[in-house]
Design a binder for this molecule. Structure first.
Ligand code: PEP
Length: 254
């Protein structure tokens, strides 16, 4: 399966960044064995989608669970779609922390995204205390069980991103063994719940993926790609990670 490298710009970026990154990504995208997706802030979805001309997909970073209504400041999945997005990140730990998002809310957002034809990228991950207590797997599998709707593997499908909260933006990553063990546990849970469809869901790793560690992470079993924060704001770094994914997919992972 082709690996997928997704950039999460978070609340960063500008028209100038779109003008800088889009041509650099387009110049290489066709030669890469990995698929690329860029998720800018909502205001940049349309210009980035235009600049990438459908050759590289664009995603949002959140959506509301409802189609429309009195929800000042929120964005509906259909609006993201109309702006040019085909993916949306949901349940990111920064949304869970900053906005108190629960697994039930994440599930409702996944359902709304799928109904609008967007592919959700569902983030799960333990905090440092849970990892220290040996509860990481229980936390992650619990989030997964509560967040994913019953039809998750039906078109337009969905992706899972394992992002340990303590690894995001910290420069720290789990050991190779810990990443492989968690991805294996997530795969087993997806298979048990969704059967053959669960075997095909891409499970991405996220948390301080950089050019220096990308090849090591992407070569691990059941790692189907990466969700990249900080390094996705630098075209050279994002593309270096994508080149490492090419090697990973050639090794048959994902
Ligand atoms: C993220 O926020 O999804 C992320 C993985 O960030 P970073 O790569 O900066 O750790």
């Amino acid at each position: 399966m082709r690996q997928i490298i997704i950039g999460n710009w978070k609340m960063n970026g500008s028209n100038a960044l779109v003008a800088e990154i889009a041509p650099a990504v387009l110049a290489e995208a066709a030669q890469l064995a990995a698929d690329l997706v860029l998720c800018p802030p909502a205001t940049l979805i349309a210009p980035l989608a235009v600049a990438l001309a459908g050759q590289v997909k664009v995603g949002g970073q959140d959506c509301h669970a409802q189609e429309a209504g009195a929800h000042t400041g929120d964005i509906a999945a259909g609006m993201l779609r109309e702006a040019g997005a085909s993916y949306v990140i949901l349940g990111h730990s920064e949304r869970r922390a900053d906005h108190g998002e629960t697994d039930a809310e994440v599930r409702a957002k996944i359902e709304a995204a799928r109904a609008a034809g967007l592919t959700p990228i569902v983030c799960v991950g333990e905090d440092e205390a849970a990892r220290a207590e040996g509860a990481a797997e229980t936390v992650v599998l619990g989030q997964l069980a509560r967040s994913l709707p019953e039809d998750f593997v039906a078109p337009p499908g969905g992706l899972v991103a394992y992002e340990p909260v303590w690894a995001i933006g910290s420069g720290r990553t789990p050991t190779a063994g810990d990443i492989a063990a968690m991805h294996g546990a997530i795969r087993a849970a997806l298979r048990a719940r969704f059967g053959a469809g669960g075997a095909r869901v891409a499970i991405l790793y996220g948390g301080s993926v950089k050019p220096a560690n990308a090849a090591r992470v992407l070569a691990l079993p059941e790692v189907g790609g990466a969700l990249v924060g900080g390094a996705s704001l630098i075209a050279g770094d994002f593309l270096a990670i994508a080149r490492a994914a090419t090697l990973g997919s050639a090794a048959g992972t994902g």
